[in-house]
Design a protein around this ligand. Structure first.
Ligand SMILES: Nc1ncnc2c1ncn2[C@@H]1O[C@H](COP(=O)(O)OP(=O)(O)O)[C@@H](O)[C@H]1O
Ligand SMILES: [Mg+2]
Length: 355
């Protein structure tokens, strides 16, 4: 969808902001650019809608080099949300949202319907908010309008440069949730800049970590936590393992001593360590062994996407040391209490060392 091919940028004063960027953002992907201040995130983003021109290399949108588009047309098809809420203060909310659709010469009726639809989408009642001025909205509400204004003319790509960083933590978390839901609904390609790793983890399909104008690692949040490319990544991620990992990230695969197929059980292939959980031939959960016999009822499980911190109480509740991890009603692995503790201890160790 968006491809950077050997893209570099040196500013007029000689600052080398970006060095040889090479990556592709997939259609419909939520792609997060992250890194310390000054690492080149904004420069990278602004090159996509040609607010900044690269000094070397090429950028492609749908396999078309971006200079082959009319620049106005390109910008209308790329929504843009800034850190500072950039609503026009003298215009109403409705007028602010209507800006790009009007430039694109949509019909009045269509624009009006679109305004209502978008306001509904982010939980602002059109009857109340359409005619208000931006100053009559809270910061969080204004930034919601900033987001839907970028979506108004149905662009394929949306660029967001630290859109939530000026907000209080509560509004911020709410908006992260909103934008994530919105993304799943509208399936747009979103390029999102942040310097906050928690935010990146919460919303990104893939995260691109930058340093001094170069990409250090591009990966899913989970892979970045589990397989950091180097110490810089490790440090940037910090102590987030236990809070962001889910059951499926740290479980052992389905061939654990705690898991056995019903076929193997009947064939008498149970190893000396008695397995706790038994699966049917199709991989679904059949039962568990309690005091030597199999029971088929009330089998506790961990859903694959459950966070470790949420899974932990289940072990105490059911008085077990391992639980099956289930995805789409199939057992995909086993999560043990010890594994979770391992991740929590690592976090803890670091905190102790800091003191
Ligand atoms: N217009 C400019 N002229 C000269 N240097 C610039 C300009 N804009 C940004 N820079 C420099 O380029 C580097 C990358 O900046 P930027 O892309 O804004 O980083 P980030 O968004 O990650 O904080 C920084 O060193 C910054 O000072
Ligand atoms: Mg920036």
């Amino acid at each position: 969808m968006i491809t950077f091919s050997s893209v570099s940028k040196t500013y007029e004063d000689g600052t080398q902001a970006i060095r040889k960027l090479d990556f592709t953002i997939q259609a419909g992907e939520f792609f997060v650019l992250i890194g310390p201040s000054g690492c080149g995130k904004t420069t990278t983003m602004k090159m996509i809608n040609r607010l900044i021109e690269p000094t070397e290399g090429k950028i492609f949108l749908h396999d078309r080099e971006i200079h082959t588009f009319d620049v106005q047309e390109l910008r209308w098809n790329i929504g843009y949300v800034l850190q500072q809420i950039a609503l026009f203060p003298h215009m109403t909310i409705a007028e602010n949202i209507a800006l790009v659709p009007e430039m694109k010469k949509w019909r009045k009726r269509k624009i009006s319907d679109r305004i209502d639809e978008l306001l509904h989408m982010v939980g602002l009642d059109p009857a109340t908010y359409r005619e208000r001025k931006p100053s009559e909205l809270s910061g969080g509400q204004q930034q919601r309008v900033g987001v839907i204004r970028a979506l108004a003319a149905d662009p394929e790509v949306i660029l967001m440069d630290e859109p939530f960083s000026a907000l209080d933590p509560l509004s911020r978390e709410q908006l992260q949730q909103d934008i994530r839901n919105l993304q799943q609904e509208i399936k747009k390609t979103i390029v999102f800049v942040t310097h906050d790793m928690d935010e990146a983890m919460a919303i990104g399909d893939r995260v691109c970590l930058m340093k001094n104008g170069e990409t250090i690692q591009i990966d899913t949040p989970q892979n970045m936590i589990l397989h950091p490319a180097n110490d810089f990544v490790r440090e940037f991620i910090g102590d987030r393992k236990s809070s962001w990992l889910t059951a499926v990230d740290v479980m052992s695969e389905a061939k654990s001593p705690h898991l056995l197929s019903i076929h193997d059980l009947e064939a008498g292939n149970a190893s000396s360590i008695l397995p706790l959980y038994i699966t049917e031939e199709d991989g679904s959960l059949a039962g568990r062994i309690v005091e030597g016999s199999m029971i088929r009822e009330r089998i506790p499980i961990v859903p694959n996407d459950m966070r470790l911190a949420q899974a932990l109480p289940l072990f105490e509740q059911h008085q077990v040391e391992a639980l099956p991890v289930v995805k789409d009603s199939k057992v995909v692995g086993i999560l043990s209490y010890r594994t979770i503790m391992h991740y929590f201890m690592k976090k803890h160790e670091k905190e102790i060392n800091k003191v």
